[in-house]
Design a binder for this molecule. Structure first.
Ligand code: FAD
Length: 405
């Protein structure tokens, strides 16, 4: 059901099979159960998040260190295949996996081996960049799309750099994926080097979540991606040695660019997988459900709708894989291309889930069928990692040639 798939290499097939089995046997059933639990129930140490999902995910040994052993041209092909399968299993759980991979990935990208040793790959990670007063703002430190009459105001979180130590104060937003459960946080914060807080030239650092002065807000309750724990993180005079820094003020804009290329590219693959799941559910149902004396597939509008679902999934996958390979192998990854994958795949996931729900008729609207959950999950994806509107404006500006204006 993966469409016009050219032959995959043995390595690609092996990773696809492994990821698909995990998505089918663990992610999908666990995700459906977690979706119906309260956020407090998910947090308990005996919940299936910890007893079933986490150990089986760790057993796969799919992480930035093991994947980093592949040549870039192979990794650029393997990664979107793995993430598509995970997204097929469960969108929210795929994001929890993605967030876990960010601390080691950033440490590797910026050559901080000592941080990789201090914070091994089996820890739960999170990425804290957005703030209560700065959501879209935080993802635009170059102020490319900032309103001409805008005033940034105070950042909610500030890292004061004082010689060889950093003191953190403030908070990050309630949307931090894995915030309530993380062992280590990739913190993107405004920096203060003695001249006041500067959000344009901030700092990126790894923060142990058990450091003195770090605390968490409560789990947020929400519409979609309910298996993904999200919540605020607070910093009260948290003092860390400067060797926790991954990228200082001079490298901050590069670090935002790098993580956006990475995160948006992975989101593209995850939500292509989610769209494929919706398509497959609708395709199967159309063969089984009879109306007017025939399977509904025989009705022209149903066949046409399935064709458009298929077309969108195929187009999304083709873009995602092309960009992943380019970004993994070129000296400078393309941000607008990564953004194009995220916007395309999440829009596709939402549209295909909505069309699939329509095809399942009244059944689609019930909790007995998986499609209403996938629709809720896909709806959230159009906001996370940057609202699609913001990414589209920023992506458009990225493509502009000032010499031709
Ligand atoms: C499921 C999920 C997971 C997430 N995971 C994380 C995470 O791991 N870490 C993290 O730090 N954050 C995370 N987020 C936060 C996410 O990145 C933000 O929600 C997103 O960037 C938007 O910020 P906001 O919610 O504050 O909306 P706002 O920035 O307040 O935007 C509100 C509306 O105004 C529009 N708008 C805002 N500014 C502009 C502008 N300049 N031009 C045009 N329109 C504008 C937006 O498009 C949007 O429609 C997550 C969010 C979700 C939903």
């Amino acid at each position: 059901m993966t469409g016009a798939e050219p032959p995959l290499s043995d390595t690609e097939t092996a990773f696809q099979d492994m990821a698909h089995a995990f998505a089918r046997d663990v992610m999908r059933p666990v995700g459906e159960k977690l979706d119906r639990m309260t956020q407090d129930e998910i947090l308990k140490k005996d919940s299936i998040y910890y007893t079933e999902f986490r150990p089986k995910y760790l057993a796969l040994e799919i992480n930035p260190v093991t994947l980093g052993e592949l040549p870039p041209a192979e990794l650029g092909k393997v990664l979107p295949i793995i993430m598509e399968e995970f997204g097929w299993g469960d969108g929210g759980l795929s994001v929890t996996i993605g967030a876990c991979q960010l601390p080691p990935l950033l440490a590797l990208m910026f050559g901080k081996q000592h941080l990789l040793q201090r914070f091994p790959v089996d820890l739960i990670g999170c990425w804290a960049i957005t703030e209560p007063d700065h959501g879209s703002d935080s993802l635009d430190p170059s102020k490319q799309i900032f309103h001409p009459q805008g005033k940034y105001g105070r950042p909610n979180c500030v890292a004061r750099i004082d010689g060889n130590k950093v003191i953190l104060n403030g908070q990050k937003s309630a949307w931090v994926s894995n915030g309530p459960i993380a062992d280590v946080c990739v913190l993107y914060s405004a920096a203060d080097r003695g001249n006041g807080p500067d959000p344009e030239n901030g700092v990126v650092m790894l923060v142990p979540m058990n450091a003195k002065g770090v605390s968490r807000g409560k789990f947020i309750d929400k519409l979609g991606q309910r298996p993904l724990p999200q919540g605020e993180i607070f910093f009260d005079n948290v003092e860390l040695s400067a060797d926790h820094i991954i990228a200082g003020p001079e490298e901050f804009q590069r670090a935002v660019y790098a993580i956006h290329c990475e995160a948006n590219g992975q989101m593209g693959a995850i939500w292509t997988g989610s769209a494929r799941a919706s398509f497959e559910i609708a395709w199967k149902y159309a063969h089984e459900r009879k109306q007017g004396g025939v399977p509904i597939y025989r009705h022209q509008s149903v066949a046409k709708s399935l064709f458009h679902m298929y077309r969108k999934v195929e187009a999304s996958r083709a873009l995602v894989r092309r960009v992943a390979l380019y970004n993994m192998t070129s000296p400078m990854p393309s941000l607008q291309s990564a953004m194009a994958t995220k916007v395309t795949a999440t829009q596709t996931a939402f549209e295909v889930a909505s069309d699939a729900l329509q095809m399942l008729g009244g059944n689609g609207n019930t909790r007995e069928y998986p499609i209403e959950k996938i629709l809720r999950d896909a709806r959230a994806s159009m906001i996370e990692d940057g609202c699609n509107e913001i990414l589209s404006i920023k992506g458009g500006y990225q493509m502009m040639d000032p010499d031709l204006l």
